[in-house]
Design a protein around this ligand. Structure first.
Ligand code: CA
Length: 226
């Protein structure tokens, strides 16, 4: 079965060009022009991917992205007409998987769609007896306790937990979250990790599972600091 991509875009011409390219690459596509129709459609049809325009009539892309993230981890690529907006969007941590700036080449969009689907499909599998992660709902449970994580925190935890004991640099962690690094700084990762550790520590204060390795990065390890 081919992957279904929802194109949420109110510029009809643009939507049709994307549709042609995606279909030419074996995807099944659907176009929705009104923002208020996106969430109900996604709930009903659960597509494999959404290309979500930021400025839509009815409801804006940010709101839509936030709401979808409350019930689904399906890949979302946000599309915006202004490059400056990408900084702001990244800062908001909407949980989108990638961002594309208009004007774009349809070929570039197809490449991004494939890259995101590949990344998500090859997502790391957690290897821990105490931690269970439900990727489809961004739900993390540690020692039976639900951790209320943001999309970014969830992705970091799931990436680290896939390779216990292995040390990852901040750059590697950034790559695990965003398709390209753009303006995300090292400190962004540090602040996400800090919040994540705090949430973990709220239930098991003396039992860290994410360790910082001075001058290098971070690792996941369950049996206390090595
Ligand atoms: Ca628009």
């Amino acid at each position: 079965m081919s992957d279904r991509v929802l194109i949420a875009e109110d510029e009809r011409k643009l939507a049709e060009i994307l549709q042609d390219y995606l279909r030419g690459n074996g995807f099944e596509t659907f176009i929705i022009e009104n923002g208020s129709e996106v969430v109900p459609w996604v709930r009903e049809n659960a597509p494999e991917m959404i290309l979500l325009d930021l400025m839509l009539p009815g409801r804006d892309g940010m709101e839509i992205c936030k709401e979808i993230r409350t019930f689904s981890a399906l890949p979302i690529i946000m599309v915006t007409a202004r490059v400056e907006e990408i900084d702001r969007l990244l800062g908001l941590e909407l949980g989108a998987d990638d961002y594309i700036c208009k004007p774009f080449s349809p070929r570039e969009v197809v490449a991004r769609v494939k890259a995101v689907l590949r990344r998500v499909g090859n997502g790391p599998k957690v290897r821990s007896s105490r931690l269970s992660l439900d990727e489809s709902r961004y739900r993390a449970v540690l020692d039976g306790r639900h951790l209320d994580l943001t999309a970014v925190e969830f992705k970091l935890l799931s990436f680290l937990a896939a390779h216990p004991g292995r040390i990852y640099s901040r750059g590697q962690l950034m790559d695990s979250i965003y398709a390209d690094r753009r303006i995300v700084s090292d400190r962004t990762i540090d602040s996400h990790i800090k919040k994540l550790r705090k949430k973990i520590a709220a239930g098991s204060p003396d039992d860290e599972i994410i360790h910082s390795v001075y001058g290098v990065g971070y690792k996941f390890q369950e049996d206390g600091p090595a």
